[in-house]
Write a protein that binds this ligand. Structure first.
Ligand SMILES: NC(=O)C1=CN([C@@H]2O[C@H](COP(=O)(O)OP(=O)(O)OC[C@H]3O[C@@H](n4cnc5c(N)ncnc54)[C@H](O)[C@@H]3O)[C@@H](O)[C@H]2O)[C@H](O)CC1
Ligand code: K
Length: 218
């Protein structure tokens, strides 16, 4: 997946934000499909968090009550995540940080797990572990973006606490480490052109048909 990301951006010219927009929009559809009441997006500072923040925008655009809880102070975000957060500020979507912001999530609150995706490196460090254990304590529906936070996307190894979602929306290709508890697993089309797979000599048959995502059976 890292090679696909490199070729698509550096050689083909698709920008990260374009793929992130597709990820966030499709994730928002899945969140609307499971949600019972309010939604809290738990986001980190990488591409995974950026996808979660994009999802929050799409939910707010559909009048879904949504707020964002970051794993760090909002001013410490960088890159695409900072970009997405600035838009949410303009929209008056609440963005806070600190695990205590999750205290008032109740048994019906839907949690969007956009803390860490395939960028998890090394054993889970604080404060991510606290966010993951709080998410695990909640009884409302949980939807993970790309991989359940806390698992190594390649090996499936838990590198500390792990999120146990009801649904996982993974992007472009199923990661080998998804042979773990993911809940219902969906593969989302984030618009990676076929030439990218050809350039990497990967055998690839687009699995999406007429749809923007497909259900994967494990
Ligand atoms: N083309 C695509 O597939 C796209 C994927 N997207 C999403 O981007 C992530 C990968 O993004 P990346 O920036 O490489 O990393 P992550 O967001 O997964 O992780 C960084 C995040 O995690 C924190 N972190 C890392 N290691 C640890 C640790 N040991 N302990 C605690 N915290 C850790 C770090 O601080 C950052 O906050 C991919 O999974 C997709 O979801 C794009 O959205 C669209 C294109
Ligand atoms: K995640």
């Amino acid at each position: 997946m890292r090679d696909v990301d490199r070729v698509v951006v550096e050689d083909v010219g698709l920008q990260l934000l374009q793929m992130m927009e597709n990820a966030g929009r499709i994730l928002a559809w899945h969140v609307r499909d499971v949600r019972e009441s309010d939604v809290v997006v738990v986001a980190g500072n990488g591409g995974n968090g950026g996808g979660g923040l994009t999802c929050a925008r799409h939910l707010a655009n559909r009048d879904v009550p949504v707020r964002v809880v970051l794993d760090r102070p909002p001013e410490e975000l960088s890159g695409a995540a900072a970009h997405q957060r600035r838009i949410l500020d303009e929209m008056n979507v609440p963005v806070t940080s600190g695990v205590e912001s999750l205290a008032d999530a109740d048994g019906r609150t839907t949690i969007v797990d956009a803390l860490i995706g395939y960028g998890l490196s090394g054993n889970l460090r604080p404060p991510a572990d606290k966010y993951i254990s709080r998410m695990s304590d909640l009884f409302g529906p949980t939807v993970s973006l790309d991989v359940p936070s806390g698992i190594d996307a390649t090996t499936g190894e838990p590198l500390g606490e792990v999120v146990a979602p009801d649904r996982t929306v993974t992007l472009a290709l199923p990661k080998t480490g998804l042979d773990v508890h993911t809940g219902k697993l969906y593969l989302a089309d984030i618009s990676i052109p076929r030439t990218v797979y050809d350039r990497l000599n990967l055998e690839y048959e687009p699995p999406f048909g007429d749809d923007d995502w497909v259900r994967l059976e494990q």
